[in-house]
Design a protein around this ligand. Structure first.
Ligand code: F6R
Length: 248
């Protein structure tokens, strides 16, 4: 694992965007795995500026998002479909048919999951996977568990995740309780991974990810076994790494 500590969120966003842009320059028809949430917002903004000012070309790029809330339509402002349109897809020259996000309204959940895994495989696998991390160490919506879920699956969101994501909704009661998420195997099969973390509230999860025991109780700890992971952390989230200790 390569850990890059940066001084603030702006630098984190620029570094992350450089990694994604570099991937696109190296392989214009690359496959990107994408995350949502607050953390990558600055990275997406930087990429839209790179498209506008430097001609970063998304025409041949394919994307697969990590997750979507179950029950939300693509035009629901809280859905990750809507988020991706707002923050990236509508602002660059990516082809809509090259973008993939798990459906929030599957007719049959098992079929939707199987088809998502098959689409990733048919695209040749993910070249660069962007990840955020939950306070509880989740990646995608792979919540702390007794086992690692391998492939795309339905998840019951943790109370901690519901509370954390309530800031995007009118109240915690409105946060969907279930989601579809890529599994750990989907993530681990990515050829390169970049994990982003910002804010002191992520410090414990980051410490456990980098130095902790590899366990599904801290889902991101599995990344220690991947051969090409870059962790970009802003100083607040790197606090315990820099001190060399866990909180508890
Ligand atoms: C979202 C996702 C989640 C988030 C995580 C952190 O697609 O996969 O794992 O990355 O919940 O969210 P933020 O960045 O909002 O703190």
């Amino acid at each position: 694992m390569r850990v890059i500590v940066v001084k603030d969120y702006a630098e984190l966003s620029r570094n992350a965007a450089r990694m994604v842009a570099g991937q696109i320059y190296l392989k214009p028809d690359c496959v990107l795995g994408l995350a949502t949430g607050s953390t990558p917002l600055g990275m997406y903004w930087e990429l839209t500026q790179d498209y506008r000012d430097s001609g970063l070309n998304f025409a041949e790029v394919t994307t697969f998002n990590l997750d979507e809330y179950l029950g939300l339509a693509p035009d629901d402002p809280q859905s990750y479909h809507y988020y991706m349109q707002q923050n990236l897809f509508a602002k660059v020259n990516i082809k809509p048919e090259h973008t993939h996000i798990p459906t929030g309204q599957p007719q049959d959940i098992a079929t939707a999951c199987r088809e998502y895994d098959a689409a990733i495989k048919a695209a040749g696998g993910i070249d660069l996977q962007v990840l955020g991390i939950g306070k509880n160490g989740h990646i995608g919506f792979n919540e702390p568990d007794l086992k690692f879920e391998a492939t795309t699956h339905m998840v019951k969101l943790d109370e901690e995740t519901i509370a954390a994501n309530a800031r995007f909704f009118k109240s915690a009661a409105e946060v969907p309780r279930f989601a579809l998420s890529m599994g750990i195997k989907n993530i681990m099969y990515a050829r390169k991974i970049v994990l982003l973390a910002s804010g002191e509230e992520k410090a414990e999860a980051i410490y456990r990810t980098v130095y902790g025991k590899i366990t599904p109780v801290t889902p991101a700890s599995i990344l220690q076994l991947h051969q090409d992971v870059t962790v970009i952390v802003e100083e607040g989230a790197a606090g315990l790494l820099l001190e060399g200790r866990a909180q508890s």
